[in-house]
Design a protein around this ligand. Structure first.
Ligand SMILES: [Zn+2]
Length: 211
């Protein structure tokens, strides 16, 4: 069964149909895919909260923040800061770029770039030499000071909203995680005392389907 990646479910819950597959996604849910239903529910909760909070920028809805904190705590996600919840925008995906003929077919390093407000998140995934596993390496910058990383930021690697691993950005804003699979992954950053930035990583499978 072909599953839909997180970024498609984000569009779905935002009522955006950029890739013209909304009907197919609805059908997939109707056919009872519990995996995708769970992914959709996670993003519906996140996107709804983010929207509620944007509409009340000067007065964060305490109830919604509390509910988000409770549901995330239950799912053992990030230690959830008070306030804003943001979904970072994907600005660049190297797998969607034209590839030189000689390079096609080799196991590529994937490069993704995201932005949320002034925060830029650079993500690379690549095979770990001498093993079947992968490594995810990233860096957080402030777009107004691009040469400086953002250090000391708690970062969690999630799979379908459940925490897989936790870390913190180093002195130059870098972080890394070992991976066994590239599907259904998200990153969550606790920025300052009042922002959580969620980064959906497109599935490896969907990327191959698009090339
Ligand atoms: Zn599915």
């Amino acid at each position: 069964m072909k599953h839909f990646p997180a970024e498609d479910w984000i569009d779905y819950v935002r009522q955006i149909d950029g890739r013209g597959q909304r009907a197919a996604m609805q059908k997939h849910l109707d056919e009872g895919c519990s995996k995708c239903l769970e992914t959709m529910n996670i993003w519906r909760r996140i996107v709804t909260l983010a929207k509620d909070q944007n509409q009340n920028a000067f007065e964060p809805p305490a109830v919604a923040v509390h509910a988000a904190r409770a549901s995330f705590a239950l799912r053992k996600v990030v230690p959830f800061p008070a306030g804003q919840l943001e979904v970072a925008r994907l600005l660049f995906d190297s797998t969607l770029q034209p590839v030189a003929v000689g390079v096609r077919g080799s196991v590529a390093v994937r490069h993704l770039l995201y932005k949320s407000g002034e925060v830029c998140i650079d993500v690379r995934t690549q095979p770990k030499p001498g093993s079947d596993s992968m490594v995810l390496i990233g860096q957080l910058h402030n777009s107004t000071k691009p040469d400086r990383g953002i250090s000391g930021i708690p970062v969690s690697l999630l799979c379908d909203g459940d925490t897989v691993s936790r870390g913190r950005t180093n002195d130059v804003g870098e972080f890394d995680f070992g991976l066994t699979a590239l599907d259904h992954l998200q990153l969550a950053f606790g920025v300052g005392s009042n922002r959580t930035i969620i980064v959906p990583i497109p599935d490896g499978e969907s990327a191959r389907g698009l090339t």
